[in-house]
Write a protein that binds this ligand. Structure first.
Ligand SMILES: *Cc1c(COP(=O)(O)O)cnc(C)c1O
Length: 233
């Protein structure tokens, strides 16, 4: 099966799962994580209707966003200070902000470009050492630290679940959804309106994420890797 067919199938499955979860399929955005493929892979997904792509390296997002500016580009990788201007130039949404020291730099880069940078706060819900993200108990402080910066708009939260156990992944996603609701309750009306995104769920666990309230799923292998099939889920 080629990328076009895989993308269409995954998009249908995401919409179907949203319906099964009693949700409007329009509430769940599919970000095709194209980090393992080149321009031709992106081209194939675009032809199948993909409009949102995720990349985890500044060089790759720069190259691909430059080539396909009609798509929305999501930065999902580790943010490094010196690459912030490149990231801000390309990304419609940065999913992976968790260091307070980066907020002022993102604000500055966005101001220079005359944009407001939408960001998500990455939360390490599971507490695994291999994962980046702010601890759940620190997310509120990070959210407040963003408030003085007019060119940074916090749109919600992002997490990655531990791999290998769907029940654990589901619990992790529900924790993030609860944290999101709690933080939103503490915001003023305008900020609360914008704080409406939950980025969670990858090839192996996106269904659990949709049931837990994901508004964005980030799917790589199920779209781009021919070796990934139903049996892997
Ligand atoms: C690679 C990656 C994904 C996609 O993972 P798959 O298992 O290939 O679907 C999602 N989110 C982040 C942050 C990633 O780095």
């Amino acid at each position: 099966m080629g990328i076009e067919e895989r993308y269409r199938r995954v998009a249908q499955q995401v919409a179907q799962t949203a319906r099964e979860a009693g949700r409007d399929p329009g509430e769940v955005r599919l970000v095709a994580v194209s980090k393992t493929v080149g321009l031709s892979g992106v081209e194939a997904a675009l032809a199948a209707g993909a409009r949102d792509f995720g990349e985890n390296r500044p060089d790759a997002i720069k190259k691909k966003a430059g080539e396909y500016p009609q798509a929305r580009w999501h930065f999902i990788g580790n943010v490094q200070s010196r690459r912030i201007p490149d990231i801000v130039q390309c990304a419609s949404l940065v999913h992976s902000l968790y260091q307070e020291r980066h907020v002022a730099r993102i604000d500055e880069a966005a101001r220079r470009l005359g944009k407001v940078q939408d960001v998500l706060l990455e939360v390490n819900v599971s507490g695994e050492e291999s994962k980046s993200g702010v601890a759940p108990g620190q997310a509120g402080a990070l959210l407040r630290a963003c408030e003085p910066f007019a060119n940074v708009r916090v749109r919600g939260l992002m997490t990655m679940a531990p791999q290998g156990d769907k029940a654990v992944a589901h619990a992790c996603f529900e924790d993030l959804a609860r944290l999101h609701a709690r933080l939103r309750d503490g915001l003023d009306a305008q900020r609360a309106d914008a704080f409406d995104e939950l980025s969670m769920g990858m090839s192996e666990d996106w269904q659990e994420a949709v049931f837990a309230g994901a508004t964005i799923v980030r799917i790589g292998r199920a779209v781009f890797d021919d070796a990934f099939d139903e049996a892997d889920r």
